[in-house]
Design a binder for this molecule. Structure first.
Ligand SMILES: O=C(O)CCC(=O)C(=O)O
Ligand SMILES: [Fe+2]
Length: 330
């Protein structure tokens, strides 16, 4: 078997979509002087991004050697963690005659935005998982931030959950579903991911500004705990903006997940009480993003990266498929 291609990032990571928290805005670094005088804080974000990769690898090594897990069992995905209804959906999607309309009978759909809700985990699993994350949060281990917008939460690859939990969840369970829901976005060939848990609490992050994800397809599962408000809102697809965007609100339901296109503009309303923990899996299809980086909207300029990078792969010009039909051959 040919060795798997290493994953890469796009160089725009260092120049585009820089989030300026003070203004709640993403900006692109084009005219450095002007942006610095307008926003002041961009330089810090660029520096943060440059050091990110190296620091993450270091944290991962420290955590692997020193962190004492409270629930070691949650690091290895088992069918018993998954809601029986979710297993039924996967079983339908892997059956030979599965089709989109059949799948839609099992899920809840929201407007025409291709947002779907479905059961994912059991309550017991969600409880044990959040306890594990709290145990990590309270430990003295080094911690990274989930992304440039969320300040609280856990990067799952750093605590060692990618290999035996998120990767099999994506490959064995989610991909048969996304193959039917999002064939045009490489739903059948989502070959990498970035997974993290976000946490909202009264004296921490309350909400999340409007954005789109660095993903072809996103899974967002509500893990609890108890909270009020904090719904998601969804606007247009980023490549298909309308003159007057229409927004819909979608509530989080404990143990259930939402699947949406990464490019669907969305944000989270503030929680009013309690704590909200959600598992977010940004799933990526190299066959799609190698042609157009979703963050800078250009042909990606690849730079070396650790692990899954940002889901791009190096490919010789002659083996770039002209169409993404290969996604359906899996
Ligand atoms: O807070 C949420 O549930 C959504 C988080 C989100 O959209 C993200 O992290 O990309
Ligand atoms: Fe998001």
């Amino acid at each position: 078997m040919a060795a798997a291609r290493p994953f890469r990032a796009c160089s725009c990571f260092f120049s585009s979509n820089l989030f300026v928290r003070r203004c709640g805005l993403h900006v692109r670094y084009r005219h450095r002087e002007q942006l610095l005088s307008d926003y002041g804080t961009i330089e810090a974000e660029v520096q943060r991004r440059k050091q990110l990769i190296h620091q993450s690898t270091e944290r991962k090594a420290i955590i692997a050697s020193r962190y004492k897990r409270k629930h070691p069992e949650v690091y290895v995905l088992q069918d018993s963690f998954l809601a029986p209804e979710f297993l039924e959906i996967v079983s339908y999607c892997t059956s030979p005659d599965a089709h989109l309309d059949g799948l839609l009978r099992y899920t809840e759909s929201f407007s025409d935005k291709r947002i779907y809700r479905l059961p994912v985990f059991t309550e017991e699993f969600c409880r044990a998982f959040v306890e594990e994350l709290e145990n990590f949060e309270q430990s003295d281990m080094p911690k990274g931030r989930p992304n440039s917008m969320n300040n609280y939460g856990v990067l799952l690859n750093e605590i060692g959950m990618d290999e035996n939990f998120i990767t099999p969840l994506r490959e064995k369970y989610l991909r048969p579903i996304t193959a039917l829901l999002y064939p045009d976005l490489g739903g059948a060939c989502l070959d990498s991911h970035k997974a993290f848990v976000v946490k909202y609490a009264l004296h921490e992050d309350l909400d999340l500004s409007s954005h789109y994800d660095n993903a072809e397809v996103t899974l967002n599962v509500s893990l609890g705990k108890d909270f009020t408000e904090g719904s998601l809102y969804f606007g247009d697809f980023r490549q298909d903006p309308s003159p007057v965007p229409s927004y819909i609100e979608v509530e989080h339901v404990g143990t259930q997940g939402l699947l949406h296109r990464g490019g669907q503009i969305h944000g989270a309303l503030p929680i009013a009480s309690g704590e909200r923990w959600n598992l977010i899996v940004w799933m990526r299809a190299s066959a799609i993003r190698n042609r157009l980086c979703p963050m800078c909207n250009q042909k990606p300029e690849l730079v070396e990266a650790e692990g899954f990078g940002d889901g791009f792969t190096e490919s010789a010009e002659d083996d770039v498929p002209e169409t993404v039909d290969l996604c359906s051959l899996w």
